[in-house]
Design a binder for this molecule. Structure first.
Ligand code: HEC
Length: 164
């Protein structure tokens, strides 16, 4: 009788362990592995960073740059106020034409904050996001690019780091 009870308890306990293990696995499955060798400002990009960056993107960037990084409609044509619409961050845009440091600076200071005298609707996120969040969102954006765009952007970044 005592043995019977103990057995039932241990079966229930192992069920709980299985549920806990299943939850841990499901949590890991949602985070996407970064493309091989992807870095941001010289640091390897992690799956956690991409997940965080995706969250930041949805909250702070998607309203202008599009939920799927597609940019604003007709983004190559200047608006009535003389400013440019938000370009896509996917491979159809020109985000990948800029080095890591330039992308970081444009996000932190705004495009107007980087190019003196240039009027731009791109806000400065320096007071809104931490440096880690800015790095995460740019790492997320980079992780969505096809291999060719990642390679070209890595070369532009390396060239700038070497001071040429
Ligand atoms: C209020 C709208 C708006 C929001 C929100 C916004 N952007 Fe922008 N962004 C723009 C506009 C407009 C431009 C084009 C600037 C120009 O050329 O004048 C731009 C340009 C950029 C560029 C330069 C791209 C290039 O190829 O030159 C980067 C990088 C960028 N945004 C990153 C971000 C990130 C990251 C976020 C979220 C943290 C964000 N933006 C949120 C409007 C926005």
């Amino acid at each position: 009788m005592g043995a019977m009870k103990a057995k039932r308890w241990s079966a229930a306990a192992s069920g709980l362990v299985a549920i806990a293990a299943g939850t841990a696995l499901a949590g890991g499955a949602g985070t996407e592995a970064p493309p091989d060798g992807l870095t941001f400002l010289g640091q390897p990009v992690t799956a956690e960073q991409i997940a965080r960056g995706q969250q930041v993107y949805g909250e702070y960037c998607a309203s202008c740059h599009g939920a799927n990084l597609e940019g604003q409609p007709d983004w190559r044509r200047r608006l009535g106020n003389g400013r440019m619409p938000a370009p896509p961050h996917d491979e159809s845009g020109h985000t990948w034409h800029h080095s890591d440091q330039d992308l970081f600076d444009m996000t932190k200071l705004g495009v107007g904050g980087v190019v003196a005298g240039y009027e731009s609707d791109m806000p400065a996120f320096g007071e809104i996001l931490t440096d880690e969040e800015i790095a995460a969102v740019l790492a997320f954006i980079k992780s969505t690019w096809p291999e060719r765009q990642r390679e070209v952007q890595a070369r532009i970044t390396a060239k700038e780091e070497s001071g040429s």
